[in-house]
Design a protein around this ligand. Sequence first.
Ligand SMILES: C[S@@+](CC[C@H](N)C(=O)[O-])C[C@H]1O[C@@H](n2cnc3c(N)ncnc32)[C@H](O)[C@@H]1O
Length: 189
Amino acid sequence: MGFFITFIIFIIIIIFIFSSKKFSPIPYFPSQPVDIPLIIKALNLKNNQTVFDLGAGDGIVIFSAAKSSYQQKLNTKFIAVEINPVLILVLHLLRLFHPNRKNIKIVHDDIFKMNFSQLSINNYQLTIYLYISPWFLEKTILNIKNQINKFETVSYMYPIKSLKKVGQRPIDLWSKKIIEGKNRIFIYN
Ligand SMILES: C[S@@+](CC[C@H](N)C(=O)[O-])C[C@H]1O[C@@H](n2cnc3c(N)ncnc32)[C@H](O)[C@@H]1O
């Protein structure tokens, strides 16, 4: 009986965390497994590159990309940023068993406000992966643009309206490519 009540309380806490605006402002949906090879292609893995998954979920993208990088013997760094404490726990557990764990960092933070300067990413080419709803995409991109001068972005399913050619500064000159998978993958660089 005691075990049953503990189990029910555990399930209620999990449901509360996944439905709360504070712990999960954007609902958790993983990228489609069938599109992962195309997403890895879009990330264009290379040496001296840092790949962020902002709102990393269970890490399907970051762990698959880190595995590909490991197989290619690259020194690419991977940073998974997540706000949901349950998913943070899952990410830490999965990282423990990953062959490329030394190049993977898990960060518990809010992608709308996070400070990139604390992450020692100097001199690395930055690639940001995003799979979040359009209205949150713009908010996240604004926070990145306010702190970082040069980065590439891969957006799953949704285009990013603010990344288009305007003005003359490097940060204003974006080119867009699209890969057609089960869902579209937008690449901005
Ligand atoms: C649609 S899922 C995408 C998961 C993963 N990137 C993937 O492609 O499989 C969005 C994720 O963003 C997380 N998230 C929502 N708001 C966030 C915030 N403000 N800061 C950090 N992560 C957030 C959610 O918890 C969820 O795991």
